[in-house]
Design a protein around this ligand. Structure first.
Ligand SMILES: N[C@@H](CCC(=O)N[C@@H](CS)C(=O)NCC(=O)O)C(=O)O
Length: 202
């Protein structure tokens, strides 16, 4: 079976995060452009692959993977030679998984609350607590830094780092004025693979 990753992509989407990951991996991939304007992602051919009609989506070894964090974690495990995932018996695996999931389950909904001015539902009920708490937790994630796993760059940085840069590109408050987060953004943006793949407004 071919090891080529089929990558459904639109540059105006979270697919950029997976594009960055693919370039960090150096894995073989083929881009299939999906046009949002014509609603290609809502047509039967694409819905048969991802019933949510969302990007990013990949197909690898005959299996579809969706959800940016899951795709990035999957790719890190599928291509271990790139060294972007701690091994299953490495204690760093816990830290790695923790922050990858935190990006999707806490940072993203908290960010949407803030940016869309959604009514607060209360810290105890919201799994993500509050936007302020999430930013504080992200600062602890970078202790000691510079990456999630200290000196070791990993797939967790691809996802969380891309999300933080994405958030600041549309003016998310309280991030760039925190020195640790500002230094993290600079480190992410300095990666050649990021520069080759991610284009954000602003
Ligand atoms: N939970 C998904 C969200 C994916 C998502 O919302 N993608 C957007 C682009 S960033 C999309 O495909 N929107 C097109 C649409 O919904 O029509 C993930 O984390 O990957």
């Amino acid at each position: 079976m071919s090891d080529e990753i089929v990558f459904y992509h639109n540059p105006r989407s979270r697919a950029q995060m997976v594009h960055w990951m693919l370039e960090e991996l150096g894995a073989p991939y083929r881009i299939v452009p999906i046009d949002f304007e014509s609603g290609e992602n809502r047509k039967p051919a694409f819905l048969a692959i991802n019933p949510m009609g969302k990007l990013p989506t990949i197909v690898h070894r005959g299996v579809t993977v969706t959800e940016t964090a899951a795709i990035i974690a999957y790719l890190a495990d599928a291509f271990p030679q790139a060294g972007l995932a701690p091994a299953l018996d490495d204690p760093a695996r816990g830290t790695w998984l923790r922050w990858l999931v935190f990006g999707a389950s806490c940072f993203e909904p908290a960010l949407l609350d803030t940016m869309m001015k959604r009514p607060e539902i209360g810290k105890m009920a919201a799994g993500w607590g509050s936007y302020e708490d999430v930013l504080g937790a992200l600062e602890t994630m970078l202790d000691p830094g510079p990456w999630v796993l200290g000196d070791r760059f990993s797939a967790a940085d691809v996802y969380v780092g891309a999300e933080i840069c994405w958030a600041t590109s549309f003016g998310a408050p309280g991030i760039t004025d925190r020195p640790k987060l500002a230094a993290y953004i600079a480190a992410v943006k300095a990666r050649p693979a990021y520069q080759r793949t991610v284009q954000l407004p602003g």
